[in-house]
Write a protein that binds this ligand. Structure first.
Ligand code: BT5
Length: 245
């Protein structure tokens, strides 16, 4: 992995999108402040100087049909990184990592497609040393500092994340999805009643688990159904009343 650091950027994902042609495969762009941090579906990713924000650019050997699994692989790598720090976390399908029911990290996968899939951008935001959050998210966001009372060396954390990511990714490229085991054992949504927006349609069900292809398996009123990651907004899996995170 090649590291590229900027004290501040609009967004590490946007930077990778603009520059993907000249950047090498497996370049990691990281920063501690984004002026236009992006979440999914046009939402914002908030940060302050306590944040760790990065994107991994992948250009080689991209298997299009297995792309949705990568967001879950990124979450699994973070789960292992946090476990090394003795911080128990859970992976919330499709793109969050939670500590004590609160969001400590979010993942935004983006692709560059011309005639084929040219590049993938795996964007990861981790709340590390953040002491507080804006009012609208303070109930649902947390940081490693707020959970442990300790400050973390962000570069060391990043390097440890990358070592986990590289192992899981090399298995994945060989068709061996080690991360799925981690995911299945540490999935936040299992057994929970959720309502989700799937291609504009509202669906409800109890989560049965995550399938080998990364889809979420649910049991609804009309029977068992599954939904693909990347197309879903979970609406009430945090608290019964809250809106989409
Ligand atoms: C995500 O979107 O969770 C994906 C976040 C990805 C951020 C990384 S940072 C590096 C790279 N460069 C970028 O520009 N982005 C990526 P989503 O599931 O849509 O969640 C966004 C929602 O989470 C917001 O609408 C808020 O409710 C909440 N949120 C915003 N900032 C947060 C934070 N720092 N911690 C926890 N929750 C936050």
């Amino acid at each position: 992995m090649k590291y590229l650091f900027f004290p501040s950027l609009d967004s590490t994902n946007s930077y990778c999108k603009r520059e993907y042609e000249r950047l090498d495969d497996s370049t990691l762009v990281y920063t501690y402040h984004q002026t236009q941090g992006k979440g999914r579906l046009g939402r914002r990713w908030e940060d302050d100087e306590g944040s760790l924000l990065f994107s991994i650019l992948l250009k080689k050997d991209l298997a299009e049909e297995r792309v949705p699994l990568l967001s879950l692989l990124c979450s699994s790598a973070l789960f292992l990184t946090l476990r090394d720090e003795n911080i128990p976390s859970l992976i919330k399908w499709p793109n969050d990592v939670l500590v004590e029911e609160k969001k400590v990290s979010g993942i935004l996968l983006e692709s560059v497609i011309s005639e084929r899939l040219d590049a993938l951008i795996l964007g990861i935001g981790i709340n590390v040393n953040n002491e507080k959050f804006p009012d609208d998210i303070k109930e649902k966001a947390t940081s490693l500092f707020l959970q442990t009372g300790k400050r973390f060396d962000k570069k060391r954390l990043l390097e440890n994340y990358v070592s986990h990511f590289e192992k899981l990714y090399s298995d994945y490229q060989r068709g061996k999805d080690t991360f799925l085991t981690i995911l299945k054992e540490n999935s936040y949504l299992d057994g929970k009643q959720v309502s989700l927006n799937y291609y504009g349609e509202n669906k409800e069900g109890v989560v049965l688990g995550i399938k080998e292809n990364g889809n979420l398996l649910l049991k609804g009123k009309k029977g068992i159904f599954e939904v693909q990651s990347g197309e879903v907004t979970l609406e009430n899996s945090y608290h019964k009343r809250s809106n989409a995170l």
